[in-house]
Structure formats: C-alpha cells, structure tokens
Design a protein around this ligand. Structure first.
Ligand SMILES: Cc1ncc(C[n+]2csc(CCOP(=O)(O)OP(=O)(O)O)c2C)c(N)n1
Ligand SMILES: [Mg+2]
Length: 356
C-alpha cells in the first residue's frame, strides 16, 4: 500500500501522485492557445521584463544574505511568467494589487528598478522614501496600489478600485494577484461574490505555487483546483500552466478584454512553483527533493519562453542573450543607485504619515 504522510486527509494516499495529479489537472498550456499579437518587439519586451524580475530577485537574495537589506524578503523567482504575461496587457491607467511576494508584480507593472531597489534597501530615494520596504511597495502613478503584508489583503482593495472604475464609467481594469493560501481567506469569497453581482472590471489572478509557507495546497484546499471555485460565483474560471508565459498571456488577454468591455470578472489559476524559500532563510525542509515535485521545480519559465521564441522565429538565441545582458546591467545600476543613496533622516519619520 502507498505510504500515507502524517496529517494527510483520508482521501489522499500518496503525496507524490497527488502532487502530479494536481499540477496536470485541467491545465491549459501554449499548445492550447493561438496567440496572434505576439510580435518580435512584444516578445523582446516580455523576455526583458522576465529577465528584469529574475535579476532583481537574485540581487535582492544576494544583498539580503550579505546583511545589506533590512527586514524580510519573499522572492518571486520562478513565477515570472505570471506577472509578465498578465501585466503586458495593462497600461499605467490600469491597477494591480500585489502581495507579500510582490517585487515581480511591481516590476512587470512598470515599477522603476532603481526606486524599487532603493526602497528595499530602506533608502530615502526609494519609491516609498524607504519607509515601506519589500512588502509595501506602491506607486499610484503607475497603477501599483501596493504590495501587502496581509495575506489576502489585496482582494478588498482591488474590488473597491474596480467598483470605482465602474462608477466613473472608465475602461480601467484591476488585476488582483494572490496566492493559493490567500484563496482560503474569507475575503476571497466576499470579493468574488461582490465582483460577480456588480459585474466589476477585475481579474483575480491566483498564483498557485502549491505551498502557503510550508502547507501544501492539496492539503489545505477543499477543492482540487482554485479555478473551479469561480463556478460558485458565476464567473469564468480557468486553470493555466503558470510557467508557460504564452498560455498566461493568452488567457489573461481574454480576461482583461472581457473586464474592459464591461463583461465582468474572471478567476485565473496559474500553476507555478517558487524557486526559493517562502522567505529568505527558509530551509524548505517540507519540499520534496525527488520525483514529480523536483521535476516540476526544475522547469524554468524563462527557458520555456526562450524555447518558444526561438522555435516560433520570434527571437534568436543571440538576441535573447543580449536582452539578458542588458537586464543584468540595468539591475546592477539599480543596486548601485540603492547602495549609494542616503538613509532617510530621522526628522522624516513623521512626514507623509498624516493627511494635511
Ligand atoms: C492575514 C495573514 N495571515 C497569515 C499571515 C502569515 N503569512 C505570511 S505569507 C503566508 C502564506 C501565504 O501563502 P500564499 O497565499 O500561497 O502565498 P505565497 O507565499 O505562496 O506566494 C502566511 C500564512 C499573514 N501575513 N497575513
Ligand atoms: Mg502559495
């Protein structure tokens, strides 16, 4: 008989097969899509953006380990195809709400690399003058309504912003990024319900990286998938391979277009995996290091897109490598800017705290 892990629900008999079963369940990939608007220029922007996120995160990792970054950081490496694939359809007039794992969303939405890096270093030149740090990056002019240390905290903000857009009769769309753990918060259900009854222009983008801290999604979720919960609120629910940029791009494009036309919300579940720990310093003893999980862990969304771009004649290997080098340089410049920037003055402590 298959080995049963401690604390598993009765219905689950084998962790490994359950893992693979869930990753593959009704998941859409680029093979199921017919993307027509992916031009060479767009492919360049997309790949550069994914590289920017990866290089940004790997540098945050490095300088956090060196003790140069204060606080707590949760890295987005491995999930780049989601933020980039979704935000490629948005302009500065559209909004996003982000999470504690938010650097990738903010970079994809046009956040300035230098100001973001300085914020994470706690410097006065940061986008929040160094007062917010990693989990509170916000840039209203770019439609970044904020990363959020409260798991599920983005649901209410996104739904409220979408309600405003509808009230103002504009065509701005809101994207609410959230994790698999957040999908089990009460606010998830309240906001999907409200967005549904008022047909609000919001797209709920779930990043199912299969863990909430150390708790696997198959253990904590009463439904097999998160996408199927959309049925309860009478909205479309789609499950997509979150490491496959083209698939995410295609489905997000449809959902954002629907929202823009006033046709209401969509729930998209992107199945992914985080390459690093829940937070920097997490030993990750709960992750399987062999078998199906290791196999899924080893799929790198940047490589998936590189292969697609080469196979479909969008970009050559040389062009891809050049974009990678450009990105490394841009992130290095951001680190230099952050390091050379001054700390906030003590007198600045009470500035921007109270409204005039
Ligand atoms: C309301 C609330 N509950 C608990 C926590 C502690 N916490 C921080 S991150 C996290 C897990 C979130 O998991 P998930 O939503 O899957 O996002 P991921 O970290 O996987 O990106 C928890 C429980 C919190 N910050 N806020
Ligand atoms: Mg998670």
């Amino acid at each position: 008989m298959a080995k049963k892990a401690k604390g598993m629900p009765k219905s689950v008999t084998n962790v490994e097969s359950r893992f693979k079963e869930l990753v593959d369940l009704e998941v859409r990939t680029s093979a199921d899509t017919d993307v027509k608007d992916l031009t060479k220029d767009k492919a360049k922007d997309i790949y550069k953006n994914m590289e920017d996120i990866r290089n940004f995160e790997e540098n945050v990792k490095r300088f956090f380990a060196a003790g140069e970054i204060p606080g707590f950081v949760h890295l987005y490496s491995g999930e780049e195809a989601i933020a980039t694939g979704v935000c490629s359809h948005l302009s500065n007039d559209d909004y996003i709400t982000s999470t504690h794992r938010g650097h990738g969303h903010c970079v994809a939405k046009g956040g300035d690399l230098k100001e973001m890096m300085a914020e994470i270093f706690g410097k006065s030149t940061g986008v929040g003058k160094g007062k917010g740090g990693s989990m509170h990056i916000a840039d209203i002019d770019k439609g970044i309504l904020g990363a959020n240390g409260m798991v599920g905290g983005g649901f209410g903000i996104a739904t409220g912003a979408a309600m405003r857009n509808k009230y103002k009769k504009n065509d701005r769309v809101v994207v609410c990024f959230f994790g698999d753990g957040a999908a089990n918060e009460g606010l998830f259900h309240e906001c999907l319900n409200m967005a549904s009854i008022w047909s609000l222009p919001v797209v709920f983008v779930n990043e199912n990286n299969l863990y909430a801290e150390a708790t696997p999604q198959w253990y904590s979720s009463g439904s097999n998938t998160i996408a199927e919960r959309a049925a309860a609120y009478n909205m479309p629910g789609v499950r997509v391979n979150g490491k496959d940029l083209v698939a995410v791009y295609d489905i997000a494009g449809e959902a954002i277009e629907r929202a823009r036309k006033g046709e209401g919300p969509t729930l998209i579940e992107c199945v992914t995996y985080r390459q690093h720990g829940h937070f920097e310093g997490d030993e990750q003893l709960y992750k399987a290091t062999t078998g199906e999980e290791k196999e899924w862990a080893s799929v790198d969304p940047l490589n998936v897109f590189r292969e697609y771009a080469i196979e479909n004649g969008l970009l050559t290997e040389e062009e891809l490598n050049q974009l990678r080098e450009e990105s490394k340089k841009d992130v290095e410049d951001a680190v230099t800017f952050a390091k050379e920037s001054p700390m906030p003055e003590a007198e600045a402590l009470y500035e921007d705290v109270f409204a005039d």
